[in-house]
Design a protein around this ligand. Sequence first.
Ligand SMILES: C[C@](O)(CO)[C@H](O)COP(=O)(O)OP(=O)(O)OC[C@H]1O[C@@H](n2ccc(N)nc2=O)[C@H](O)[C@@H]1O
Ligand SMILES: Nc1ncnc2c1ncn2[C@@H]1O[C@H](COP(=O)(O)OP(=O)(O)OP(=O)(O)O)[C@@H](O)[C@H]1O
Length: 278
Amino acid sequence: MTDSLSLLAPAKLNLFLHITGRRPDGYHNLQTLFQILDWGDTLTFTPNHSGEITLSGSTFDIAPENNLIHRSAALLQEGDLGVDVHVSKRIPQGGGLGGGSSNAATTLLALNQLWAREQSIEQLQQLGASLGADVPVFVAGHTAWAEGVGDILEAVQLPQSWYVVVAPDCHVSTAEIFSHQQLTRDTSPITIAAFFEGHSRNDCQDLVRNLYPEVDNALKILEKIGSARLTGTGACVFARFAEEAEAREALGRLPTGLNAFMATGVNRSPTFEGLVNN
Ligand SMILES: C[C@](O)(CO)[C@H](O)COP(=O)(O)OP(=O)(O)OC[C@H]1O[C@@H](n2ccc(N)nc2=O)[C@H](O)[C@@H]1O
Ligand SMILES: Nc1ncnc2c1ncn2[C@@H]1O[C@H](COP(=O)(O)OP(=O)(O)OP(=O)(O)O)[C@@H](O)[C@H]1O
């Protein structure tokens, strides 16, 4: 049991985000379209029989026991099963790109295979949902339309797209935005067809750009080169392009010093390319 497995833990974009109501438990009902990207962190798993879970590489300043990689491994662990996870981080923290959730989902998928735990995708989604709202979509591994609190998922095939993403130099707290008095919470549900006709927005965007000048600035810069939008509760903003060359050219026109990257949208998560039963 010494072979290592390296997997990409991709980022996601919320192509739109409508908040359709607030539930008695404080969580919000929403509609969103999760676009999985061919860009993210790389996690390398080396299993062992020490019974210990260790993390190395870029782990931010998160205490190991709070790291979602550690917490998801602990959910699957039994007996003397252990693992060292090496983390090569690219996804900015608190960026609305789902980095923590994606790391958690990739860990569940990797260890289910390496530790021969034989859990179904549905069982892994259930385990992961306790760690973060976006874990189930990364476990399913499809670009997806989501409803409920983000847990009712339907796989969607999107036309080939390239995205320019700008990461402002700030972290947005998801809990702060969802509990804010000025958040729009009463958007009427739309159909998938209405989304494709262009009837969508991000209900958090106006509030987040008012609270975070860095986000407002990033949106203003990106609005000059395309149709710019916030992902999730931010802080990252993105613009979509139908041609790779257009996206590359737009990226090149951004002011230097801005933290920006380009990524391809994919219908299937790149994590599965490295798994046996994909
Ligand atoms: C809004 C999205 O960014 C869309 O991708 C995500 O669903 C948020 O995912 P996340 O950051 O993993 O969120 P969690 O860690 O599960 O929740 C953070 C906080 O956001 C609020 N929250 C989250 C999801 C949701 N449907 N309603 C909420 O009100 C809750 O106050 C919760 O305490
Ligand atoms: N391995 C990890 N990678 C990134 N964040 C982690 C990890 N483990 C724990 N966290 C914590 O999870 C929280 C959410 O981080 P994440 O990067 O997923 O936020 P986000 O990009 O805003 O996600 P979302 O779009 O789901 O709101 C942060 O507070 C971070 O400290």
